[in-house]
Design a protein around this ligand. Structure first.
Ligand code: FRU
Length: 518
């Protein structure tokens, strides 16, 4: 069934009162992302319930149907066939009876272990935190769908896991084949711990073990995820990745993610020292993203084995200023979907993230520069006829004597965002101090940097530029920076530069990209 709300002009919450009643979404607003998912109107935070079923990628998300700030948390819903284009669906799980629907996950219950199925097809089951506002209690709740995620029923036996705690949230559930059980990883946020529970029917849960405090104990621990990845070195070895978010005190300031690598035997997670000296993370952990706008990342459940990818998406915002960003009538975007990889970097294993290949379908006008040397100079590509505010860029540099080199994107008369490499410090950085509007919060105009050793003396960059963000993947995603920016619409310039010496630009290819909304 096609909903009347499906067009970008309407969408979830259509018909519901909005905080910005007079603003009709057009998807042409100045800062409206054209490559990233945004709800037509109102507030969004974490991605939730990511599950693939019957050819469809579901994206649920923390949503306030009634305004552009956090509140009335409900699960908004969108569906994609290709991880690129999204269709909006009505709110799946609304706030009801004083219980907000906080973050959580969804699974395909293939064997109908929950008994929620109606015999025709396996039910989709969502496991989320119900926040009982009056009592200030967080507990785990279930909802299910028997019509491919189109409509959702909350379980009459809710809550299914209630320990009377104030900070007990964001359950991520997956099927553990070797032990034939469901496993839940969930955050004891204020204790900087995650707990692991087991179940055979998704309804009754038994505590198995805990992990933490470890890594960073800043902020509150939120939105954990746990999954295995095969090390991409031909050894066929698996490691488990435990990703845990911090509400504050992350590497770029404010909220951000860390991850641990180790072993999970179906009961207990044991972290291994990462040993990658070039990347100094917090204790046993490593940072997921060195920009300021990648939070609450969770991975898709039930991606077919033939596909084989582990895919995730994160909230492209930061609790430090999320409620102040100058967008209207919506607030917040999701990151581009990324595939996850485990690479051996010589002295340890490291998580790499790459934008999904499906995004190549957006490539439109294309330009290439011949290999050239840049010597203490700026090469303005926009003067050669290439510019844009929706771009994908692939570039490979080899520093010679330059102290710093890189690109400037979204360049206008008074502004530009620098994506550069500091040779002395071996650091990839994004400098958004002069990127456009930043007056809405004192902590926004900053430079963010992450360690990244050169590979065979070279730096390879893949960059996505949108109306209000940049995502930078260094050396095939070993170091990633995700940052929002708010430049003028007319700032479309593109430059390559070198400072303090020379750099060899081995290759440079850029595409203007089609909008996902047309
Ligand atoms: C993370 C978070 C979660 C919580 C949700 C509430 O951004 O704080 O821990 O479930 O947002 O909207």
């Amino acid at each position: 069934m096609l909903w009347a709300c499906l067009s970008p002009g309407a969408g979830p919450g259509c018909g519901a009162p909005s905080g910005t009643l007079d603003q009709t979404p057009t998807y042409q607003e100045m800062y409206r992302p054209q490559l990233h998912f945004t709800p037509p109107r109102n507030w969004m935070n974490d991605p939730n319930g990511l599950v693939f079923y019957d050819g469809e990628y579901h994206l649920f998300y923390q949503y306030n149907p009634f305004g552009t700030r956090w509140g009335h948390m409900s699960w908004g819903h969108a569906i994609s066939l290709d991880l690129v284009h999204w269709e909006h669906y009505p709110v799946a799980i609304p706030e009801a009876d004083g219980v907000m629907a906080f973050s959580g996950s969804a699974v395909v219950d293939w064997n109908n272990s929950s008994g929620f199925g109606n015999g025709e097809r396996p039910p989709l089951v969502a496991i989320y935190t119900g926040y009982r506002e009056a009592e200030k209690i967080q507990a785990q709740y279930l909802a299910y769908s028997n019509d491919r995620g189109r409509s959702w029923m909350t379980y009459s036996g809710n809550p299914v896991l209630d320990r009377g705690l104030a900070d007990f949230r964001d359950p991520k559930v997956f099927w553990h084949e070797p032990t034939q059980r469901w496993i839940m990883v969930v955050a004891l946020s204020a204790d900087h711990k995650v707990q692991f529970y087991e179940s055979t029917d998704l309804k009754s849960w038994t505590l198995m073990s805990e992990f933490g405090p470890a890594g960073s104990d800043q902020g509150l621990w939120e939105c954990p995820d746990l999954f295995p990845l095969t090390v991409e070195d031909g050894s066929q070895q698996d490691r488990w990745v435990l990703q845990v978010d911090l509400g504050d005190g992350a590497v770029a300031g404010g909220s951000g993610g860390q991850y641990f690598l180790g072993y999970f035997d179906g009961r207990q997670f044991e972290a291994q020292p990462l040993g990658a000296s070039a990347w100094a993370g917090p204790g046993l952990a490593q940072w997921v993203d060195y920009g300021q706008d990648f939070y609450a990342a969770v991975s898709w459940s039930d991606v077919p084995i033939q596909d084989g990818r582990r895919l995730w998406i994160g909230w492209m915002n930061n609790w430090q200023y999320a409620q102040e960003i100058p967008t209207d009538p919506w607030r917040s975007a999701q990151s581009l979907p990324r595939s996850l990889h485990l690479r051996n970097v010589g002295d340890g294993l490291r998580l790499a993230q790459q934008p999904v290949r499906e995004l190549q379908s957006l490539r439109e006008r294309f330009m290439q520069i011949e290999a050239r040397q840049l010597s203490d100079e700026t090469f303005t590509l926009s003067e050669t006829g290439f510019w844009g505010r929706r771009l994908e860029i692939l570039a490979e540099f080899e520093p010679e004597t330059a102290r710093e080199f890189g690109l400037r994107v979204r360049v206008g008369q008074q502004e530009g965002t620098v994506i550069g490499y500091d040779v002395t410090r071996s650091e990839l950085f994004v400098d958004r101090t002069r990127s456009g509007r930043s007056d809405f919060h004192p902590l926004f105009a900053r430079r963010h940097a992450g360690p990244l050793p050169l590979r065979d003396g070279r730096l390879r960059l893949q960059i996505f530029v949108d109306r209000s963000s940049v995502e930078v993947f260094g050396n095939d995603g070993l170091t990633v920076l995700t940052d929002q920016i708010f430049p003028s619409l007319g700032s479309e310039g593109l430059e390559v530069y070198a400072v303090g010496g020379s750099v060899k630009l081995h290759s440079f290819t850029a595409w203007q990209l089609r909008s996902i909304w047309r």
